[in-house]
Design a protein around this ligand. Sequence first.
Ligand SMILES: Cc1cc2nc3c(=O)[nH]c(=O)nc-3n(C[C@H](O)[C@H](O)[C@H](O)COP(=O)(O)O)c2cc1C
Length: 188
Amino acid sequence: MNETIRTIMSRYSCRAFVGETPPDEDLRTIAEAALAAPSGSNRQLWRVIVVKDKSLISEMDDEGMRVLAAMPDKSMYERIKGRGGGLFYNAPCMIVIPIAQANPPVAEMFDCAIVAENIALAATSLGVDNLICGLAALPFAGEKGAEFSRRLGFPEGYGIGLGVLLGYAKETGGKPHELDFSKISFVE
Ligand SMILES: Cc1cc2nc3c(=O)[nH]c(=O)nc-3n(C[C@H](O)[C@H](O)[C@H](O)COP(=O)(O)O)c2cc1C
């Protein structure tokens, strides 16, 4: 197994971070790896915003939980409350990936997901634990959404795509999901 395959195979979703922020040098490398992602027609209709402001991340977490609590279906809110109470697991850093708001933004979402995976793999290779976070969209769905977009510097016409949480796991030894080899087939 080469280094790249080892990185892909060892990436896992970290759901409990300690407060320590990864060094700027690593964050810069991770952000640059994000920029290397392929995109449809090389349009790159995304941005890569590295958020190190813990109080802003915490505000976004609280607002996201408020948005979730106000939804008619409370099951996700209850589940998240039950496993520690927050969307962002005490992550000290989040890379926010806003995307151009086409209608519907399908191609942009594909591109955004690839950016997120580049981030996750680059982080894993550097020993930075991570989690791709779709629920990072929640704080932008409430009344403070425009304010967060402004504070994060989203370009005009861009909205949230995904977030990727970065930091160091509270407990080492996190394992990726089991591989289901039955999903592979060859047609020859
Ligand atoms: C697009 C996307 C969005 C996700 N959003 C969340 C999220 O908001 N919260 C969370 O805890 N995990 C989230 N995950 C992580 C998945 O739950 C995780 O990848 C899956 O359970 C497999 O586990 P593994 O990543 O450890 O292999 C997301 C993953 C993807 C690909």
